[in-house]
Design a binder for this molecule. Structure first.
Ligand code: ATP
Length: 321
């Protein structure tokens, strides 16, 4: 039996604008195995959150899924109606957003919100709801007393943990996370990441984790997908991708972040900024910022080619395809 839990097939998402539509996700495909931790990285505006929303079926206008399929546990989620989706969300997959303050209801206690979620999925027994609520709070290291707290009574780190506890209430097989640590200071960020990883190993759920901070997911993900201007430009196992990044954009990204280990090196960054999605350069989208640009890069839009242990969307690797 296949171990694939999620099969994202050729998805295209566009935002309607007053000019051309902005194609924020442009023919993206990948699969995710049960229990796997996939990091999605890239600069701000490259389409990471839009892709996550497309997978979780949470897109709202002006964004729309133009084409593609999202096969989750063997079923295409694209086109499922509200009721069908509601029965899958939280139970089979859950979503942890950037800001728990926006995702949690400010006028309900944490416990009441857990109860609503569980009752909406057919858990009728109050004793069972209370026990499970205490259990998930213990999983994320928060005293059950805070089931009586309102979101504003908790620190930022506690709120994010509460969101994770809520995401785990119904033991889903997949948790998608959109920069869940971005509002926290560096120390709180690391400790939350360690906790997410521990929970994932213990409970066995798969994770898709979106972040612009490559060094953050470097220690925790099994595989990484690097996005640039709506496309995956490199994808592969995390370790080799970090040790020997192949795509010039991945190399630039890695050189933009200080490494926790290894010698001190000058941080370089990537010159310029990502292109306007309504006015893309011809050929390779990264071409105007690339240090290894060749004349052909303006003419040919590269495919994903095998490149070392990863696959890269760069003509440097074309002959190996
Ligand atoms: N409401 C909107 N209307 C029009 N275009 C939008 C809208 N929201 C996003 N976009 C377009 O989609 C692109 C991708 O946005 P998205 O938020 O998915 O990127 P991201 O990589 O997640 O960025 P960040 O890390 O800042 O969250 C943006 O660059 C922008 O061009």
């Amino acid at each position: 039996m296949s171990d694939t839990i999620l099969d994202v097939r050729d998805i295209v998402v566009e935002y309607t604008t007053s000019r051309e539509p902005a194609r924020a996700v442009d023919h993206v495909s990948f699969t995710l195995d049960r229990g796997e931790f996939l990091g999605i990285v890239g600069e701000s505006g490259c389409g990471k959150s839009t892709m996550l929303f497309a997978i979780a079926q949470l897109l709202t206008p002006p964004a729309q899924l133009v084409s593609g399929e999202v096969i989750f546990k063997g079923r295409n989620m694209v086109g499922l109606r509200g009721g069908e989706l509601r029965s899958i969300r939280w139970r089979d997959y859950s979503v942890v957003m950037q800001s728990a303050m926006n995702a949690l209801n400010p006028v309900k206690t944490v416990g009441a919100q857990f109860e609503d979620t569980m009752r909406a999925h057919g858990q009728g027994k109050t004793a069972g709801i209370r026990a499970r609520s205490r259990e998930v709070m213990a999983l994320v290291g928060i005293d059950a007393i805070h089931l009586k707290s309102y979101p504003h009574q908790l620190s930022g780190g506690m709120r994010q943990r509460v969101m994770i506890a809520m995401a785990l209430l119904l033991s889903p097989d997949l948790v998608v996370m959109d920069e869940p640590t971005s509002a926290l200071d560096v120390v709180a960020q690391r400790s939350l990441m360690v906790q997410i990883k521990d929970l994932q190993k213990k409970l066995g759920f798969a994770v898709i984790f979106v972040t612009h901070d490559m060094s953050l997911v470097g220690h925790f993900s099994d595989r990484l997908a690097v996005m640039y201007a709506g496309k995956i430009v490199e994808i592969g196992p995390t370790r080799p991708l970090f040790a020997a990044p192949q795509h010039p954009y991945t190399r630039g990204l890695l050189e933009s972040f200080p490494s926790v280990y290894g010698p001190k090196v000058q941080l370089k960054g990537i010159p310029g900024s990502p292109p306007d999605l309504t006015d893309l350069p011809s050929g390779c989208r990264f071409r105007p910022r690339c240090g290894q640009v060749m004349p052909r890069c303006a003419e040919i839009e590269p495919d994903l080619y095998p490149s070392g242990d990863t696959r890269s969307r760069c003509l440097l690797f074309e002959e190996r395809a």
